[in-house]
Ligand binder design. Structure first.
Ligand code: PLP
Length: 233
């Protein structure tokens, strides 16, 4: 495995090597040498209730007992979708995916199909997955801030993909208004993390999200909240 890990973020800079877990329990991870760590990231949010919580364990056993119906939907999918629609006021329909990158990829395609437009406004410091649609212009080096929209975040992404991205500073409503005044008719969506957790947790300024709602409505673009970090956590 490159770097000895399955995801590059697991290269643990503080430890100087990856953390190999032997087991996890409650709020703690026990490594292969028996050392115990307090898990401050809750498995990046996947273990919000703690590791090995009895309710989660019970649900997993139940799923295994059902025979792992991987290629079919079950009544549990429907129950969860209904619960999400009840909890999220703007949610009308639900499509489950396997990862955040997959979710943003499909949802952006949907935005383009629904609007018939190609451009996407995104914000500096935000992250929406590793695919070619959004891994552009998010985290450019300081000397590339003026041309962030052209900055490819990985080798292998065709430079041509940058033509679809407008990368702007977060919390600057005027920058969005200017971009929409210039190219509003071509903008399919404005995508953002409502709280920018991929830059340490920067909240929106008061009125900023409402301002985006107004501007996108005025210009017929969709407002896309990527809540992979913010929802239910
Ligand atoms: C806001 C946001 N969107 C999308 C993603 C991509 O999710 P995944 O790593 O599951 O592909 C992440 C991952 O951290 C994220 O923080």
């Amino acid at each position: 495995m490159p770097g000895g890990v399955c995801a590059s973020t697991r290269l643990n800079k503080a430890l100087g090597h990856p953390l190999y877990a032997s087991r996890c329990e409650g709020a703690r991870i026990i490594d292969v040498e028996g050392r115990e760590y307090l898990d401050m990231s809750c498995g990046h949010g996947a273990a919000l209730l703690g590791h090995g919580h009895p309710a989660i364990r019970q649900a997993l056993v139940k799923a295994a007992d059902m025979g792992l119906c991987c290629a079919s939907d079950t009544r549990y999918h429907i129950e969860l979708a209904e619960k999400l629609c009840a909890l999220i006021p703007c949610a009308e329909r639900v499509r489950f995916t396997n990862s955040g990158s997959e979710a943003t990829l499909h949802a952006l395609r949907l935005c383009r199909a629904a609007t018939g437009r190609d451009l996407v406004i995104r914000f500096l410091g935000h992250f929406h997955g590793y695919h070619e649609l959004t891994y552009i212009g998010g985290h450019p080096p300081a000397d590339r801030l003026d041309s962030a929209s052209d900055f490819l975040e990985s080798p292998g992404i065709p430079q041509g993909m940058a033509q679809f991205i407008i990368s702007l500073p977060f919390n600057d409503l005027d920058a969005v208004a200017d971009a929409l005044d210039r190219q509003g008719k071509e903008v399919a969506a404005v995508i953002l993390e409502p709280v920018d957790f991929n830059s340490g947790g920067i909240p929106p300024l008061p009125g900023y999200l409402e301002g985006l709602r107004e501007l996108t409505t005025q210009h017929g673009a969709l407002l896309f909240f990527d809540e992979i970090q913010t929802s239910f956590k």
